[in-house]
Design a binder for this molecule. Structure first.
Ligand SMILES: Cc1cc2nc3c(=O)[nH]c(=O)nc-3n(C[C@H](O)[C@H](O)[C@H](O)COP(=O)(O)O)c2cc1C
Length: 192
C-alpha cells in the first residue's frame, strides 16, 4: 500500500465526538451498509466471526429507550421523570447506533479473549468507517452494556453480551483533543 497522507493525518488527529453532538443527517441506507461492511472487516483468529451487530435506527431508537426506562422503573418505581427521560433518550441523540455483540464460539484455537478483541476491533472499525464517510462517531457502553436484562431486551441471546454501542451522526462540534499518554510512559524496549 503506498503512503497515504490523508489516512495518516486522520489516524493522528481523530477524536470521538460525544453522542450529544451527533445529529442528523445520519448515513443513508447505502452508506450504513458501507459502514457495516468496513466495520466487520477485522482480524478474526480462526475465522470464528464471534460477533453480531444490532442496528438501532428510526423509530426503533424510541422503543429501545422506552424499554430501558421500563426496566429502570420496574426496579425503582420512585424514579423521577427526569431520570426516566434520560433512559428514553439513550438512543436518541444520534441518528443511528450500532450495538456490537460478542457472540463467543467454543474453539480451542481462538480463546474467548481473542474473540473479544476481534469484537472490540469491530467497534473501532465502525467508528473509522463513519469518519471515512464524513460522519462522526462515539463508542459507549453505559449501564445497559453490563445489565443482563437490558442486554437481552436489546438483542443479546444466551451466552452473548453487548460490548459496545457505536453512535454515528453528523458532528455539530469539533472537539479539542484530549491529553494522550507520553510514549515514554507506555513504551519500553525489551532488554532481555
Ligand atoms: C469500551 C469503551 C466503553 C466506553 N463507554 C463509554 C460510556 O459508557 N460513556 C461515555 O461517555 N463514553 C464511553 N466511552 C468513550 C470514552 O469515554 C471516550 O469518549 C473515548 O475514549 C474518547 O477517545 P478518543 O478521544 O481517542 O476518540 C467508552 C469507550 C470504550 C473504549
Amino acid at each position: 500500500m503506498p503512503a497515504n497522507a490523508a489516512l495518516r493525518d486522520y489516524l493522528k488527529t481523530r477524536r470521538s465526538v460525544g453522542i450529544g453532538f451527533l445529529k442528523d443527517p445520519g448515513p443513508t441506507p447505502d452508506e450504513l451498509d458501507e459502514i457495516l461492511a468496513i466495520g466487520t472487516r477485522v482480524p478474526d483468529h480462526g475465522k470464528m466471526v464471534p460477533w453480531r451487530l444490532v442496528v438501532f435506527e428510526g423509530e426503533a431508537r424510541i422503543r429501545a429507550g422506552e424499554k430501558l426506562a421500563a426496566i429502570q422503573k420496574a426496579r425503582n418505581p420512585a424514579l423521577d421523570d427526569a431520570s426516566l427521560e434520560i433512559e428514553r433518550r439513550q438512543f436518541l441523540p444520534a441518528p443511528v447506533t450500532i450495538g456490537v455483540i460478542l457472540s463467543p464460539k467454543p474453539n480451542t484455537k481462538s480463546p474467548e479473549i481473542e474473540q473479544l478483541l476481534s469484537a472490540g476491533n469491530v467497534c473501532f472499525n465502525l467508528s473509522h468507517a463513519a469518519f471515512a464517510l464524513g460522519f462522526a462517531a462515539s463508542w459507549t457502553n453505559r449501564w445497559y452494556g453490563f445489565d443482563t436484562e437490558a442486554q437481552q431486551t436489546l438483542g443479546a441471546r444466551g451466552g452473548e453480551r453487548f460490548i459496545g454501542f457505536v453512535h454515528i451522526g453528523t458532528a455539530v462540534v469539533v472537539p479539542e483533543d484530549r491529553e494522550r499518554p507520553a510514549l515514554t510512559s507506555v513504551v519500553s524496549r525489551w532488554q532481555g
